[in-house]
Design a protein around this ligand. Structure first.
Ligand code: AP5
Ligand code: MG
Length: 212
């Protein structure tokens, strides 16, 4: 199954993608994670992406589409995949439709207040990328990853100015994709306002939509 996860920055796409992709045994493809890795390794794409990423802007479509196209050629995508954070513009969605058929789009929704508090308190592991939250999903030891003992940090784009910019960019450039995929009959809305104690219910709703 070829799946797209849509939703505002901070709604929880990465958190849910990790769980859903394990259930369906398909890879999670996060363009955000790919750019963070490239930035960390100071590759050519990383150096270019950083100028956009740090300000909360989208990396240009041609660069993003190219890295996705390369990723889809890998063996683990043969039986399907789950996009987390791609496509993010109509141009990316159009380009994607020329490469593969998408079976379902899950659109996670939550109020702006919830989203801002999730982004402001997020901490991620510098080693394995595991996602925590200082209040909602605290690690057992402050600042240390439960999975690999790596150091937990705040993402560069989770500072207040970048958060504001990312939410504006989402509204202008990504939100139109909701209508785009609704018109194609592929969209299912999933209520992600629920607290982390109810994450199993969020995942169950996603499974129901995928198995329909
Ligand atoms: P990207 O990494 O994709 O960031 P994003 O879309 O802004 O989304 P986030 O990762 O911030 O949020 P999320 O929905 O994954 O939430 P999470 O699960 O972490 O992109 C970053 C940048 O890369 C972009 O700004 C752009 O520059 C570039 N980029 C990426 N893709 C691109 C593309 N296609 N085109 C161009 N540029 C691109 O959860 C958030 C927090 O909430 C966590 O702390 C988590 O623990 C907590 N949480 C989650 N669920 C719950 C819950 N139910 N209850 C309580 N807390 C919860
Ligand atoms: Mg994410």
């Amino acid at each position: 199954m070829n799946i797209v996860l849509l939703g505002s920055p901070g709604v929880g796409k990465g958190t849910y993608a990790e769980r859903i992709s394990k259930i369906y045994n398909i890879p999670q493809i996060s363009t955000g994670d790919m750019f963070r890795e490239a930035i960390k390794n100071k590759t050519e794409i990383g150096l270019l992406a950083k100028t956009y990423y740090d300000k909360g802007n989208l990396v240009p479509d041609d660069v993003t589409i190219k890295i996705v196209e390369q990723r889809l050629k890998q063996d683990d995508c043969k039986n399907g995949f789950m996009f987390d954070g791609f496509p993010r513009t109509i141009a990316q969605a159009d380009a994607l439709s020329n490469i593969v058929v998408i079976d379902k789009v899950l659109n996670f929704t939550a109020s702006e207040e919830i989203i801002i508090s999730r982004l402001s308190g997020r901490r991620v592991c510098i080693e394995c990328g595991a996602i925590f939250h200082i209040k909602n999903i605290p690690p057992k030891t402050e600042g240390v990853c439960d999975e690999c003992n790596g150091k937990l940090i705040q993402r560069d784009d989770d500072k207040p100015d970048s958060i504001k910019k990312r939410l504006d960019v989402y509204k202008k450039q990504t939100e139109p994709l909701i209508e785009y995929y609704k018109e194609k009959g592929l969209l299912a809305d999933i209520d992600a306002n629920r607290p982390f104690e109810q994450v199993d219910e969020i995942i169950a709703d996603a499974r129901k939509a995928l198995d329909e």
